[in-house]
Design a protein around this ligand. Structure first.
Ligand SMILES: [Fe+2]
Length: 436
C-alpha cells in the first residue's frame, strides 16, 4: 500500500481547506526581559502571573516580575499551579482568576503552568459547569463562546509546545484519566520564548520534554491527511486537529531533524547550550505544527499510561506522589505504535526516521515501522528513558485497563492514519511492554 498523503488529490466528501492558526511569537535569548513591554503593548494594566512553587524560586520568574514592574503593570501573583494539573487544581486557579480582577494573564513554566492559565482564563471569562468545555465523550465538548483576555505564555521547558497550542490537559480525578479542553480561543496571544531557560533544567526533564517534542512532530507528520477528514460545514467547525497538512509538515520535519541531532547531547551534557537551545526551537516548531494538525495514538495511550500510575517516581520531578512525566508516558508507547501504523503510510514513517537521523539506505516499504521504531529506541537508551511501559510499572495484566483508559481519547485516535479499535490498541500496548 502506498502513501496516503497526497494532499491535493480530492477525497469524496473530504476536506478541501486547511487553516493555520499561530500565536504571535517572540523568540530569543533574553526574551523574558521583554515581558513588561509586551504586556503593555497588549493593553494590559493588571496581570495575573501564573507559576508553580518550584519555579517561583528560580530567576525566570524574578526576571518577568521585574520587567512587569518596570513597565508599570500591576501583578496578581499565583504560584499554586500543580505539576500535572487536575480538575481540582484548575478550579482553584479559576477562583483566583475571578477574584484577581485582571485584564490579562502571563504564565511562566512548563505545560502545566501554561495550561492552568488557559483554563483559569476560560472559566473566569465564561463561567460554566466544569465538564462543559471538556472534550467529548468525557465532557460535553461545548464550544468556547469567544475570545479570552490576552495571555502571554513563557515556557521554561522545551517540550509541550503549549505556548503555541489551544489545548489544556489535566487529570480528571474521578475517572483517573487525563483529558483536555481544546479550542483555538485557548491559544496564547503571545509566546515569549527564551531558550536560556533550558540551561538549568535537570537531565531527566530535558529527556522527557525532548521526547514529547519528537513525538509531537512524528505523530503530526504521520497523522491522517486533512483531505481524508469529513469536510467541515463552516470554517468555525474545522477542528484544530485537522490532520497532517503542508504547513504542519514543514515544522515537523525540522523539529525531527533537531531532536535527532541534539537529544542525546542535551541530556548527557548540561553545558551543551547549543543542544539545549536547539531543542527549544524544535519544541516551538513542533508546537506550531501539531497545534494545526493534531497528534494521535502515542498521546492517546499516554493519557492512560500516566493516569493509571501506581508507584513510579522519576528523578528530577517533585516526588511527593507517583508520576509518569508526560513526555515519558508518550514515548514508551511510540516505537510500538509506529511499528503498527507504518503500513498505512510507509513513506512518511521512513521520511520521519530519516529526519531523526536513521540510516535508511536500502529500507523499503515493509521496513518502515522497524526503521522508525529502532531509531526512537536508539535515542531512548542513552537518555535514561524506561524500557517501555514495563519500565514504568505495567505488565501484561494491565493491558485491558490501559485500553479502557485510551478508548475515550477519540479526538486523538481519529487522527491516526488508520482506524484504531481495541484490538489495535491491544497489539500496540503488548508491543510496548519492553523494547530491549
Ligand atoms: Fe505532548
Amino acid at each position: 500500500m502506498g502513501c496516503c498523503h497526497h494532499y491535493f488529490a480530492a477525497t469524496e466528501g473530504g476536506e478541501d481547506v486547511f487553516s493555520v492558526d499561530v500565536s504571535s511569537i517572540a523568540y530569543g535569548p533574553g526574551a523574558l526581559r521583554e515581558a513588561g513591554e509586551q504586556a503593555k503593548a497588549l493593553g494590559i494594566k493588571r496581570i495575573a502571573l501564573f507559576t508553580d512553587k518550584r519555579l517561583a524560586a528560580l530567576e525566570h520568574v524574578a526576571i518577568v516580575k521585574n520587567a512587569l514592574a518596570e513597565a508599570g503593570i500591576d501583578v496578581a501573583y499565583y504560584d499554586e499551579v500543580r505539576v500535572e494539573p487536575t480538575d481540582d487544581s484548575f478550579k482553584a486557579a479559576t477562583t483566583f482568576a475571578e477574584e484577581a480582577k485582571v485584564d490579562g494573564f502571563i504564565s511562566v513554566g512548563g505545560g502545566s503552568v501554561i495550561d492552568t492559565a488557559k483554563a483559569a482564563s476560560l472559566y473566569a471569562t465564561y463561567p460554566a459547569e466544569f465538564l462543559a468545555y471538556v472534550n467529548a465523550p468525557v465532557g460535553e465538548g461545548r464550544p468556547v463562546p469567544g475570545r479570552l483576555k490576552p495571555h502571554i505564555a513563557c515556557p521554561t521547558t522545551s517540550g509541550t509546545g503549549s505556548e503555541c497550542t489551544g489545548i489544556a490537559v489535566f487529570d480528571l480525578l474521578a475517572m483517573k484519566a487525563k483529558t483536555g479542553i481544546a479550542s483555538r480561543y485557548l491559544r496564547p496571544t503571545l509566546a515569549l520564548i527564551d531558550p536560556l531557560t533550558t540551561h538549568t533544567l535537570p537531565a531527566n526533564v530535558v529527556a522527557c520534554s525532548a521526547f514529547d517534542v519528537l513525538s509531537h512532530a512524528l505523530e503530526s507528520y504521520t497523522a491522517m491527511p486533512f483531505t481524508r477528514r469529513t469536510r467541515s460545514r463552516t470554517p468555525a467547525e474545522r477542528p484544530m486537529s485537522q490532520g497532517a497538512n503542508p504547513w504542519s509538515d514543514l515544522g515537523c520535519r525540522e523539529a525531527l531533524r533537531l531532536a535527532g541531532k541534539y537529544m542525546v547531547r542535551a541530556v548527557t551534557d548540561a553545558a551543551d547550550h547549543e543542544a539545549r537551545e536547539g531543542l527549544m526551537w524544535a519544541s516551538t516548531l513542533a508546537g506550531i505544527a501539531f497545534g494545526n494538525s493534531g497528534v494521535h495514538v502515542p498521546h492517546g495511550m499516554a493519557y492512560a499510561v500516566a493516569g493509571l500510575v501506581r508507584d513510579y517516581r522519576p528523578e528530577g520531578y517533585p516526588d511527593e506522589e507517583p508520576i509518569i512525566p508526560h513526555g515519558m508516558s508518550v514515548i514508551v508507547n511510540a516505537p510500538s505504535v509506529f511499528r503498527n501504523t507504518a503500513a498505512a503510510c510507509p513513506d512518511r514513517h521512513i521520511e520521519g526516521a530519516e529526519c531523526l537521523g536513521a540510516d535508511i539506505r536500502g529500507a523499503g516499504e515493509p521496513d518502515a515501522g522497524e526503521v522508525v521504531g529502532a531509531r526512537i529506541i536508539e535515542l531512548m537508551k542513552p537518555t535514561g528513558i524506561p524500557n517501555g511501559i514495563g519500565g514504568v510499572g505495567y505488565g501484561a495484566a494491565d493491558i485491558d485497563a490501559l485500553i479502557e483508559g485510551t478508548l475515550p481519547q477519540q479526538r486523538l485516535l481519529k487522527n491516526a492514519p488508520m482506524e484504531i479499535g481495541a484490538e489495535h490498541l491491544h497489539r500496540m500496548f503488548e508491543g510496548a511492554l519492553s523494547y530491549w
